[in-house]
Design a protein around this ligand. Sequence first.
Ligand code: AP5
Ligand code: MG
Ligand code: ZN
Length: 215
Amino acid sequence: MKLVLLGAPGAGKGTQAKKLIEKFGIPQISTGDLLRAAVAEGTELGKEAKSYMDKGELVPDSVVLGMMEERLSQDDCKNGYILDGFPRNTAQAEELDKMLDSLGMPLDAALSVEVPTEDLMKRLTGRRTCRECGQMYNIYFQPPAEEGKCDKCGGELFQRDDDKEETITKRLEVYQEQTAPLIDYYREKGILKTVTGTGDIDEIFQNVLQTLDAG
Ligand code: AP5
Ligand code: MG
Ligand code: ZN
């Protein structure tokens, strides 16, 4: 399965991607996760990226495209991949098409996870992530059994720097302006699929599988 996940900040791209990895054993490639790893390591790329991420703006295409080209050419992508948070604008989508053509592994589908805007703020302000294993929680919707501690591995839960109200508002604007047009981009290519992203996470996942004809 070669898949792009589309959806607003907080739509549940990461949450559904983690379930797809478990089921299909293919990698999730999240540009957000890769960028946060670079920030944590303190690399030059990370320092540059952080200034944009903290404002809720997109990191320049040149930075992200270089990173993706390297990642997609690794062996574990040969049997499929899930792109989460990339592409983010039309220029990135066009470059991705070229990259995948030259690697001989074009997309099967772009899946848009649709959630009403009014639900997103609470999802994002309530999100907590495990520092060790990356599992996501939500203090309102999926709290861990013990506050601040991961159910899966006992790791410490943290809140993302960009999950502050004013940064979230900016991210949602950037999504509407730059990323939402990709829904039409993939519709015109005939590979767009959509799924409702509200309700129970496992039920959404069943719908994802059905929509992708992958049950
Ligand atoms: P990125 O990391 O991609 O963040 P995002 O797009 O804002 O999306 P999120 O990760 O916030 O949301 P998600 O859809 O994954 O939701 P999740 O599953 O966690 O990007 C961050 C930044 O990096 C960008 O702002 C930009 O600066 C930079 N960047 C990244 N990619 C880039 C690119 N290609 N080009 C340029 N810049 C780039 O779920 C959210 C919460 O909701 C969780 O708490 C979860 O538990 C909860 N939840 C999930 N499903 C449900 C449900 N059904 N019901 C209730 N709660 C739910
Ligand atoms: Mg995510
Ligand atoms: Zn954990």
